[in-house]
Structure formats: C-alpha cells, structure tokens
Design a protein around this ligand. Structure first.
Ligand code: 5GP
Length: 181
C-alpha cells in the first residue's frame, strides 16, 4: 500500500466500497425511474463532479446531466447557512423528472436551499441523492438516496476537497484535525 498523504488521518471508505455503493444506488434509481422517460441529473459542483460522472455511467435509464454550483457565504460558523447560487442550470426543468446529485449533507442548509429553489421551477418530480450524510440532526430535507453515514470530521477525496486539494483521492479519508482547525 502506498503511503498516505501527511494531511490524511485515515481512510474511512475504500475505493471498492464507494464503487460498489454507487452501483447499488444506480440500480435503485434504474428501478424507480424505469417508466419515467428522460431524467435530469443535477450535479452540484464542485464536490459532486466525480460522483455524478460515476453514477451517470452506471445508470441505464435515459438521462441528461446538468450542473449547479452553490457556495456558502464566508468561512465562519456564524455565517454557515447562508447559501448563494454561483452557477445555474443550462436548461429549464419544468415538467422534468429531476434528481439532485450531491456529495455530502451536513447541516442540510445547502440541500434545503436547493430543494426550495428547484421546487419553485415546477419539475414533474424532484428527488435528492447524496453519497454521504454526516449529521444525524440535519435539517428536515428529504434524502431519497444516501450512500454512507459519516462521523463529524472533515473528509476529503472522491471529489471532496480541503482548500481545493485532495479531490482526486479515490477513497474517502479523514483529514488530520490540525490541518483544518
Ligand atoms: P450543509 O449545508 O449540509 O451544512 O453542508 C453541505 C456542504 O458543505 C457540502 O456540499 C460540502 O460542500 C460541504 N461539506 C460539509 N462537510 C464536508 C466535509 O467533511 N468535507 C468536505 N470536503 N466538504 C464538506
């Protein structure tokens, strides 16, 4: 096994386990949408770009892929919860079956904002798929597909970053506390 990057505390979820779970989620979506016609996957940048690509390639239901980018205001705990739209979808989603593809849900503020924003555009249906969920007390947003529960630590890899680094690790790893605190 190659040496871990010095910022990494430990690997939490292996590449094999991630790939297996993504295939299971794709199979669930295939079952749920088998009669739906064309589906729209909405990947949330940047963190979900790798998950969106892998999920899309494992799906059999006909679908298109679009992206949104969301940012929280500021970096302080006080400002967490204020969310703004950085990049919007290229096409309207009115009367379309939409699945939001997110990397991780923590407090649920981001997903709450996305859910409200997208519901306001009158899709035929809206479901949410998040590969990771961190916080058992997160806001009451409906998560239709969830890959893994995670402990309350900062994780990187499989698209998730710390200051735009570590996104391309194939596994999910816990960052050393001294790196981010
Ligand atoms: P929420 O709004 O649910 O509190 O936070 C969700 C967003 O925070 C995610 O989309 C992600 O961008 C970021 N986030 C939360 N926890 C982590 C983490 O452990 N690692 C990384 N890289 N991003 C996280």
């Amino acid at each position: 096994m190659t040496d871990l990057h010095p910022d990494i505390e430990r690997i939490l979820i292996s590449e094999d386990d991630i790939q297996r779970r993504v295939a299971e989620i794709a199979a669930e979506i295939d079952r749920d949408y088998k009669d739906a016609g064309q589906v729209v996957l909405v990947g949330i940048l940047k963190g979900a770009f790798i998950f969106t690509a892998d999920l899309s390639r494992k799906l059999s239901v006909p679908h298109s892929v679009d992206f949104m980018s969301i940012s929280s205001y500021g970096d302080t705990a006080e400002s967490a919860g204020a969310v703004r739209l950085i990049l919007d979808l290229r096409k309207p989603i009115t009367d379309r079956h939409v699945i939001v593809v997110e990397d991780i849900v923590d407090t649920g503020h981001t997903m709450n904002y996305l859910h409200q924003t997208l519901m306001g555009r009158n899709p035929a249906s809206l479901k949410i798929c998040s590969l990771f969920k961190k916080n058992r007390d997160s806001l009451d947003v409906p998560l239709d597909y969830v890959g893994f529960d995670l402990p309350d630590v900062w994780v990187v890899g499989y698209g998730l970053d710390y200051a735009d680094t570590h996104r391309t690790l194939p596994y999910i790893a816990e960052l050393k506390k001294e790196v981010y605190s």
